[in-house]
Write a protein that binds this ligand. Structure first.
Ligand SMILES: [Zn+2]
Length: 188
């Protein structure tokens, strides 16, 4: 069965850490010795590399610092959900066009990797059960969103597409949580 943990490195390019987290993080978390979310020490088996993060250590500083943080596999879905929620927020600002194209592409890859995880988790529940039916509705919505990117469109429309993908990422992560913690037999 495909799990979130199996796909952790595929999700990593989408994941961003908040600048305030970076500003207060210890050296070990900024440079991948320990998980940048929970602080646990990392090994090659548990570590997931994130993309490079560029940030200013304070608003009034011109110098831009860079780091390559890592997460433990357990924290990857949690941080992915936080990142996707921030993208989907009503007051989220669209990135510059070049970054917007990359964002849409990374969200599409992450969503594509999430779909088989949800399918596998849903299949362990009885057909017609509420949890399975809910997950199947989320899956069809995600597939429709992936299949219909705007052909043309200004930055606003393309960012709206990125936000729809991000909402599906959040939705499917919630379904995985529901499907994997609920009783498997006799539950609806
Ligand atoms: Zn962690």
């Amino acid at each position: 069965m495909t799990t979130l943990s199996d796909q952790a490195q595929v999700f990593a390019p989408v994941i961003r850490l908040d600048v305030e987290v970076l500003r207060s993080a210890p050296w070990s978390e900024l440079h991948g010795r320990s998980c940048a979310r929970c602080g646990t020490g990392l090994s090659p088996e548990t570590a997931v590399d994130l993309a490079r993060h560029d940030y200013k250590i304070d608003d009034w500083v011109n110098h831009v610092s860079s780091c390559r943080p890592r997460l433990c596999r357990r924290c990857v879905p949690l941080q992915l959900r936080d990142t996707a929620s921030a993208i989907a927020a009503d007051d989220a600002e669209p990135p510059v066009p070049h970054h917007l194209a990359a964002l849409v592409s990374r969200l599409s890859v992450a969503l594509g990797a999430l779909i088989p995880v949800v399918e596998a988790a849903a299949e362990r529940h009885p057909a017609g059960s509420l949890r399975r039916a809910g997950a199947e509705a989320g899956l069809s919505e995600a597939r429709v969103r992936l299949a219909h990117p705007p052909r043309l469109g200004d930055r606003g429309r393309r960012f709206a597409h990125a936000q729809r993908l991000a909402r599906s990422v959040v939705c499917l992560l919630d379904h995985v949580a529901r499907l994997t913690t609920a009783p498997k037999v006799g539950a609806s």
